[in-house]
Design a protein around this ligand. Structure first.
Ligand code: ADP
Length: 403
């Protein structure tokens, strides 16, 4: 079995896969780590094929205890006796900087490299390291792999990743665009190629990952050329609570005029902006419901969200010199017909024509939603970052050079 771990600053998500076919066997989450009371839950299918769910409320002060809780949940459910019985463990790591371009086997040097990148991901990289320390201690002979969110974007050319700032800020402070959601963009691009029955190396693809965080990527021949998130996941598209692109001088203005501190501004842009800032709601489902009820502020939030998305689609058509397909993914991309319809509206001259009926059809499968005369194919491809991490982990630990 392969275990995939995704540790956030106060959470730990985990998923167990069958090594032979990468079929998911169980998934769980531990939330509110470090708070007074934490929640742990596990979902799995028992040996009779019946779906089961276990939920517990307990005190989990840090990631070490979270891993122990996960291990006992998996043991109690007869899914896994001990972490050392695993074929491999895949760790999602948010920031690999310029150091990591692909998945790597975790050892002391790799952990030191992830540690050096803490200033670029102060909430995430320390949590990843804590989880790694525990799993390495408990299963020292089980190969463990780090899969980086930034790695897929490392092919972006320098004219696209460099900001127009003094060059020494790049050299000394590592200030540049890195991009995020790389595992998802890479996965859906490959799946889109499979859906179209063509090699990914023959395609120009625009991928739109629209979840609570949202980002776009321009991919040519399987390698990423540009992406909307930057040095941090704040740049680019409008998101649930993040502003995305804005004039940086707004920050100086607000600091001068209102006395807001650096922390206030950080919180404003990351937690109080985006859809939430405009209409008070960051959940696209409730925004859609409010619009149906005639709510003008919710409608404005949706307009701004879709307009920004359309601008990125247009700019990535220019970056790639046209595209073979556009891929929608993530909670909003996969489920919001309204967002897909609005962000593609009026683009028929550019070869983008959505079929309204196909767009409204609900399914959890990959599908096409364009009209026959649309030059660019428009696809919905459900993302699955955990599966991709499991696949990359298995590939690396099975390769002859690493075994
Ligand atoms: P995360 O980035 O946290 O993984 P998801 O990819 O699950 O988030 O996406 C969450 C977003 O998807 C939320 O804005 C949610 O409202 C939206 N969403 C989920 N289902 C639907 C739906 N049926 N219609 C519209 N939006 C949806």
């Amino acid at each position: 079995m392969i275990l995939v771990l995704n540790s956030g600053s106060s959470s730990l998500k985990f998923q167990l896969f069958d090594t032979s076919n990468l079929h998911p066997l169980a998934s769980g989450i531990i939330e509110q780590i470090g708070e007074e009371s934490s929640q742990a839950s596990l979902k799995f299918t028992d040996s009779q094929g019946n779906p089961q769910q276990i939920s517990q409320e307990l005190s989990i002060p840090e990631h070490k205890t979270a891993i122990a809780t996960m291990s006992s949940l998996l043991k109690e459910s007869n899914l896994l006796l001990h972490l050392n019985k695993l074929k491999g463990i895949g760790h999602r790591v948010v920031h690999g900087g310029e150091t990591f371009h692909q998945p790597v086997l975790i050892d002391k040097t790799v952990m030191a490299g992830i540690h050096d990148l803490i200033p670029l991901a102060p909430l995430h990289n320390p949590a990843h390291l804590m989880s790694m320390e525990v799993t390495m201690e408990q299963a020292p002979h089980t190969p463990q792999v780090a899969v980086f969110d930034t790695a897929f974007h490392q092919t972006i050319p320098i004219h696209s990743y460099l900001y127009a700032l003094p060059f020494e800020l790049y050299e000394k402070e590592k200030v540049r665009r890195y991009g995020f959601h790389g595992t998802s963009h890479g996965y859906v691009a490959k799946e889109a190629a499979r859906f179209l029955g063509r090699p990914v190396t023959s395609l120009k693809i625009i991928t739109l990952h629209l979840g609570n965080g949202a980002s776009a990527a321009a991919i040519a021949h399987g390698s990423c050329q540009d992406t909307s998130m930057g040095m941090t996941p704040l740049e680019g598209l409008v998101m649930g609570t993040r502003s995305g692109d804005l004039d940086p001088a707004i920050l100086f203005y607000l600091a001068r005029e209102t006395g807001m501190s650096l922390n206030d501004l950080d919180e404003l842009l990351n937690k109080k902006s985006g859809l939430k800032g405009i209409c008070g709601d960051n959940d696209m489902r409730s925004i859609t419901e409010r619009i149906k009820g005639g709510d003008k502020q919710a409608e404005l939030a949706l307009e701004i969200f879709c307009y920004r998305l359309k601008k990125y689609i247009g700019s990535y058509l220019a970056v790639l010199g046209g595209a073979d397909c556009i891929v929608f993914t993530g909670g909003i991309g996969e489920h919001s017909a309204l967002v897909r319809q609005k962000s593609c509206a009026g683009l028929q001259e550019l070869g983008i024509i959505v079929d309204p009926e196909k767009n409204e059809t609900h399914s959890s499968k990959a599908r096409a939603i364009h009209q026959q005369q649309s030059k660019i194919q428009i696809l919905i491809i459900p993302t699955n970052e955990e599966l991709e991490i499991a696949a990359q982990t298995l590939e690396l630990i099975s390769s002859p050079t690493t075994s």
